[in-house]
Design a protein around this ligand. Structure first.
Ligand SMILES: Nc1ncnc2c1ncn2[C@@H]1O[C@H](COP(=O)(O)OP(=O)(O)OP(=O)(O)O)[C@@H](O)[C@H]1O
Length: 241
């Protein structure tokens, strides 16, 4: 089976198991301009355009104020593909130098801006571009830091804001997203140069895991099966079953 079909099937699997894309959904995709969120938007568009039910798809762009960053290329792509969007200016970057944990603060403020944008667009669901390797790295990192895993889930209801957070690519390998982002016409990711992300704990865990994957051929596959079990357990807790 080709990579495109395999990727779309993984989204359908999550929808079949956890109803991440119910009929009539207005979906807002958090679009950073990076490969993961661009492929999320593209893949959702592919899945939904084959369905008979009505769906609406839009994008939320959060300008975090990184020096030299511009969404212009992304806006051209959205206009060309007839996808409505909203740009939220949050200028998070300026406040980061005053804090000891810039990544945590950034992610918190960005999430708020994303949900605000999604609500303005009338979205019932906000999609993020997290993938299988984010799931693995998150599990290992939280075990290392806190002694217990924090597991990303494919769908979560945020009751305070009355919106569902979904992660359609959660079963898709990052390597496959990289290939798709080069293969699919019109997708031109922009790289965000965040000065804080270079020596983040996240990057250290990612590099360490990659050393392991290079040494042991089956390690990634075994870790992925284990992560899937944790994900299923987490979803059972969430659904009270
Ligand atoms: N500035 C932003 N504007 C809108 N959505 C964002 C922004 N930054 C991150 N997101 C959303 O949050 C997800 C996870 O953020 P993270 O910083 O981990 O991105 P990433 O793994 O580098 O993904 P990408 O390749 O899409 O940038 C992204 O995939 C995207 O859906």
């Amino acid at each position: 089976m080709g990579l495109i079909k395999r990727t779309l099937n993984k989204i359908l699997e999550l929808d079949y198991k956890y109803s991440i894309l119910p009929n009539g959904t207005t979906l807002a995709v958090g679009l950073s301009g990076g490969k993961d969120s661009l492929i999320t938007l593209w893949a959702l568009n592919e899945v939904l355009r084959h369905r008979k039910e009505k769906y609406k798809l839009c994008a939320i762009l959060v300008d975090q104020g990184f020096p030299g960053f511009s969404y212009n290329k992304i806006k051209d792509y959205l206009l060309l593909n007839d996808i409505p969007y909203i740009e939220k200016k949050s200028y998070i970057y300026n406040s980061l130098s005053k804090t000891e944990s810039p990544c945590a603060i950034c992610s918190h403020l960005r999430r708020g801006a994303l949900v605000d944008g999604a609500k303005i667009m009338g979205a019932t669901h906000l999609a993020l571009g997290h993938h299988l390797d984010d799931l693995l790295e998150g599990i290992v990192m939280t075990i290392a830091m806190n002694g217990r895993p924090n597991v990303l889930v494919p769908i979560k209801y945020l009751s305070r804001r009355d919106i569902y957070l979904i992660r359609p690519l959660l079963l898709v390998e990052e390597e496959h997203i990289k290939i798709l982002s080069k293969k699919i016409q019109g997708i031109n990711p922009i790289e965000t140069e965040c000065p804080y992300s270079k020596d983040s704990e996240r990057i250290k865990i990612k590099n360490w895991l990659h050393q392991g994957y290079n040494n042991w051929e089956v390690m990634h596959q075994h870790m992925a099966s284990w992560a899937r079990l944790l994900l299923e357990e987490e979803m059972k807790k969430q659904l009270n079953i």
